[in-house]
Ligand binder design. Structure first.
Ligand code: GUN
Length: 283
């Protein structure tokens, strides 16, 4: 029987340090401020944005929410971003994804100043991650590395298999694990015989969004299993991993919910504080 990797508890621990940094900033008259832009009424996005706002308020971060209807034009969205870029009181800008199909996500993300891009999605920050330069790390991958490190299992030299190649999770988490000196393989929907690859993983990270994609026979005994999947099935959140049987086989596994999700939000708060600290140093 493996150990449950409690993302909620780890996030709470991380938030203690973040809160202290918020207080230090407030003491010098800086209120860390995050602008969150939500376009349309996707229920999952609404839920994520609410959770981010709630956590920010708990930590003393000012989260300003800008909600627009799904018909918002590209120009109007870019103008809003320009306005927030120019506002010295705003330290972080986040555009909740996915955007409605008529909007060009790439050019929207590229409009955010890299120093306010607390999601780490701008090409500058993506390039910084690729080349090992300082920049904002995307929140879910950053949280995953914390989760793996919290097990005490050494990452260097281990086989890490990432299932999923999205820009938000799969590709950046693979780069971060490479930075930690893991031997990294990325699998995706066209990979042949997925199980033969995942069975080699000392650290298995699945970020696909398909319930029970990862069954117990696909997991190496004693592996660390990180489940980034989150789909709504029969009124319940489901991860990519067939949880109960994999818990029997793995050394550590993150639950859904309560694993990766809370760490993503904590890392967003940390990035926002980092942005505010950098702005106050440069003021
Ligand atoms: N949609 C799903 N995950 C994310 C995230 O980490 N950031 C943003 N902005 N949108 C998302």
């Amino acid at each position: 029987m493996g150990n449950i990797l409690d993302g909620k508890a780890l996030a709470q621990e991380a938030c203690k340090g973040i809160k202290a940094r918020v207080e230090a900033l407030r003491n010098i008259g800086v209120v860390p401020t995050l602008a969150v832009i939500l376009v349309g009424e996707d229920p999952a996005s609404q839920l994520y944005v609410r959770s981010k706002g709630k956590k920010a308020a708990e930590l003393g971060i000012d989260a300003r929410q800008y909600t627009f209807d799904a018909g918002l034009s590209q120009d109007a969205l870019l103008s809003k971003i320009d306005e927030l870029n120019q506002d010295p009181g705003v330290h972080g800008i986040l555009v909740q994804l996915p955007l409605p199909a008529h909007l060009d996500t790439g050019s929207v993300l590229e409009r955010i100043l890299p120093e306010k891009d607390v999601d780490g999605f701008h090409l500058y920050n993506a390039g910084a991650l690729l080349t090992g330069r300082p920049g904002f790390l995307p929140c879910t991958p950053k949280g995953i590395v914390h989760l793996v490190k919290s097990t005490g299992v050494e990452i260097a030299g281990k086989r890490c298999v990432v299932v999923g190649r999205s820009n938000i999770v799969g590709k950046p988490v693979a780069l971060l694990m490479l930075r930690e000196d893991a031997t990294v393989t990325i699998c995706h929907s066209r990979s042949q015989d997925l199980g033969s690859i995942t069975r080699e993983a000392d650290i298995l990270i699945s970020a696909v969004g398909r319930a029970k994609l990862i069954t117990a026979d696909m997991v190496k005994p004693g592996a660390v299993v990180i489940d980034v999947g989150q789909v709504r099935l029969e009124g319940k959140w489901q991860g990519d991993v067939d949880y109960a049987p994999v818990l029997e086989k793995a050394a550590y596994i993150t639950p859904v919910p309560g694993g990766v999700g809370p760490m993503t939000i904590a890392m967003l708060m940390e990035n926002t504080v980092e942005a505010a600290e950098a702005a106050s140093r440069n003021a």
